[in-house]
Design a protein around this ligand. Structure first.
Ligand code: PEP
Ligand code: CO
Length: 448
């Protein structure tokens, strides 16, 4: 951290993808209120996550970061529970197959702001501000709904707080019990057309749990089987919001962005001299940075220097999102450059954002096979360069939506209209997500 850094230093740099707030007095008032509200996470939790990600950087653990593209203010308790449930189902499969600890981070409890390709949207003769996530405006296409409304920053805070509270309750209160999670996976395997392929692994996990139980290791003797460490993250896009939740830790005097445990910089805002890099440089949280196909080795090394000058393992996760057809060419030079520089990063694969296309009917979608193909290419690139394929970063929901095509249930483009509910990018549904975990498990067992 530079000695001149303050939570407002970003204001001296160019901040891309910020809303044009129509009323700045109203914005200032909302930000002031936000700055007086309690932090959502404790700095010590962020430090614990850095330590766990340090194990991933050393090749001793694996990362699963997953959740919504854009969370909704209207998410029901059931929907939050089901998202957690799917992540836990994926986690048990990946932990068992990798044979190493799995670090679990949700894109949840604050993933409300979205960068868009255009600041405005045109429908017919009408041009309005684009939908920038419910923390800014509403998805409906009217002047009132699309007006950036600073009150939404406060609603976002309160929604994040209640979501986080529910997650803490579920993960500490017994919902994450391993034998319970394993039985959900057995139900999935029994009902999936691809189940045959996965039944052996599901049986093995069950047998391992029964063996441990027979040895006296069960939920009543071992809290680790009953509770789970689950962290929150979102893209730190709206810098007014992030600044207001940045607090000085009373134990260390360091600054932490207490809106989530981990924050990441998006592909569109990772300019070295930009406001997002400037802001996140100064907070003590573990950070992510998306890296797309246009990133050069020099740019990536400069980001490593800027965001992790002290070379602290676990501080920085580079999230590659190349596209299934580009990953084999674009990722290896970046892996080699970072490896040779000695920067201790976590490499994670976002197989979603480079594989979006528009289906015949006009819906934005992604094909399960392309998602899997990019993950395969990511593992292959790491094998080639002798580096650790540290994890995956996926957009999913526990709900039975029809937004991505493919997967064991063979969802096709015609089915997209049945339950297309996302407010932004297409997400894997609950079954496709567990399906993906079993397929990644095969990669982890065979090749990583
Ligand atoms: C996202 O993660 O939802 C996103 C916008 O990704 P990217 O910055 O990689 O485009
Ligand atoms: Co997205």
């Amino acid at each position: 951290m530079t000695s001149t850094w303050t939570p407002s230093s970003w204001r001296d740099a160019e901040a891309r993808h910020q809303p044009l707030w129509p009323d700045t007095a109203e914005l200032d008032q909302a930000v002031k209120t936000l700055a007086e509200l309690p932090p959502l996470v404790f700095a010590g939790e962020a430090r614990n996550l850095t330590a766990q990600l340090g194990s991933v950087a050393r090749g001793e653990a694996f990362l699963l970061q997953a959740g919504d593209c854009a969370e909704s203010f209207d998410s029901s308790a059931d929907s939050i529970r089901d998202k957690l449930r799917v992540i836990l189902q994926m986690a048990i499969v990946l932990t068992y197959s990798g044979g190493i600890p799995l670090v679990k981070i949700g894109r949840i409890a604050g993933q409300f702001a979205k960068p868009r390709s255009s600041p405005t949207e045109i429908q017919g003769d009408t041009e309005l501000p684009s939908f920038l996530g419910q923390i800014v405006n509403d998805i409906g296409f009217s002047e009132t709904e699309r007006r950036p409304d600073p009150q939404r920053l406060l609603t976002a805070y309160h929604r994040a707080a209640s979501t986080l509270n529910l997650l803490r309750a579920f993960t500490r209160g017994g919902y994450a019990d391993l034998s319970q999670v394993s039985s959900w996976n057995r139900e999935f395997v029994a009902s999936s057309p691809a189940g045959e392929r996965y039944s052996q692994m599901a049986d093995e996990i069950d047998r391992a749990l029964r063996f441990m139980d027979a040895c006296g290791v069960n939920a009543s003797t071992t809290p680790a089987l009953h509770e789970v460490d689950f962290y929150t993250s979102h893209e730190a896009l709206l810098l007014n919001y992030e600044e207001a939740l940045t607090r000085q830790d009373s134990l260390t005097d360091d600054w932490y962005d207490c809106s989530a445990h981990m924050l990441w910089i998006g592909e569109r805002t990772r300019q070295l001299d930009g406001a997002h890099v400037r802001f996140l440089q100064g907070v003590g949280n573990p950070l992510g940075c998306k890296v797309g196909p246009t990133a050069t080795p020099d740019e990536v090394l400069a980001l490593c220097e800027a965001l992790n000058p002290e070379r602290n393992p676990g501080r920085l996760t580079l999230i590659s999102r190349m596209g299934s057809d580009k990953v084999a060419d674009t990722l290896p030079p970046l892996l080699a450059a970072v490896r040779d520089s000695g920067h201790p990063v976590v490499w994670a694969c976002d197989p979603m954002h480079g594989n979006t296309y528009t289906a015949e009917g006009g819906r934005k979608t992604r094909h399960f096979d392309k998602v899997l193909e990019e993950i395969g290419g990511f593992f292959a690139a790491h094998r080639q360069e002798g580096t650790w394929a540290g994890g995956i970063h996926v957009e999913l929901t526990g709900d039975s939506v029809t937004e991505c095509v493919g997967g064991g249930d063979g969802l096709d483009e015609e089915a997209l209209d049945q339950a297309y509910e996302t407010m932004c990018d297409p997400r894997l549904n609950g079954r496709q997500s567990v399906d993906l975990a079993f397929r990644v498990a095969e990669l982890l067992r065979g090749e990583n």
